[in-house]
Design a binder for this molecule. Sequence first.
Ligand code: KG4
Ligand code: ZN
Length: 339
Amino acid sequence: MLILGIESSCDETGAAIIKGDHKSKKVKLLSNSLATSLNIHAKTGGIIPENAAREQIKFIIPVIKDALKKAKIEIKDVDKIAVTSGPGLIGSLLVGVETAKTLSYVYSKPLIPTNHLLGHLYANFIDENQEEIEFPSIALIVSGGHTDLVLIKNHMDFVWLGGTRDDAAGEALDKIGRLLKLPYPGGPHIEKAALNSKNSKYKFPSPLINSKDFDFSFSGLKTAVLREVSNKKLNNQQVSDISFAVQKSIVDVLIKKTIIAANLFKAKSILLGGGVAANQTLRDQLANSINENDLSNIKLFIPSKILCTDNGAMIAAAAYFNDYSTSFEKVDANPNLYF
Ligand code: KG4
Ligand code: ZN
């Protein structure tokens, strides 16, 4: 089955073609095309939704054409079209959803409305050479808009365990990046700055680290950093040391709750996904933590860095395994879609 996946929930415009194989239960990535309006948001220090939506309109058709060309197919060869229907910025979402609906109508293809958050998890299913992912699985989604722990009992069978009560992990990194005068988006720049820290004297709280639930909270961390830096002119070493401490406090709480959930639900696998999953410290320390806790029976899956941030391939993969095909009239953008 050939699926065209379309993603336009925020500032990335993605289209990809995947080929699903019912026998092997694996998907093969034939093409993955991406455009981003990041440069524009870097100038404003954050995303202005209308600017993001306008850029989506510019990119959407060229990106879809490019994905088809790279996969060496035409749109008539596609079996189904998948599109992110939410959550996300409404203006951005509408561009992908309305384009997908039009293609579905004109070419008579079923449409699969797909949850962006599921997409981040199914980025883990794209590597056709890896071993099969066994359920139950504990999935940690860490992105700019979300921080969620999810129990995957099976495809199409998810239980939301907890999430952030305020800022998402990526959102906190981006806001703290701004406090440290680092370029937007803060996440990758904080990671880079932290590499130059050896003996950070800074220590920030890991909020809710000992709470008996699977919730997170990162807005207090932002306030703690604000208190530390306000009215100070920081040198590069201080920026690096604060970045290191911020990254540590976020990574520690994410890993602790993921490991607790994996134990509690006797998970056979842990899946990481979302833009913050591109962070090497999070990737390494989660792997170490699984070893240190003697959980070698739990297999860890982390997408390649390019598939952690938003893309069309993850939407096509999520749609292949969670095929809610319907007719285009029944699909609407829903900025508040959840599990
Ligand atoms: O998943 P994503 O592309 O978009 C959303 O769905 O939100 O995630 C974007 C987020 C941003 O907050 C960005 O700062 C963060 O992912 N991010 C990182 C890294 N790369 C991207 N955070 C930490 N380390 C990174 N290497
Ligand atoms: Zn995302």
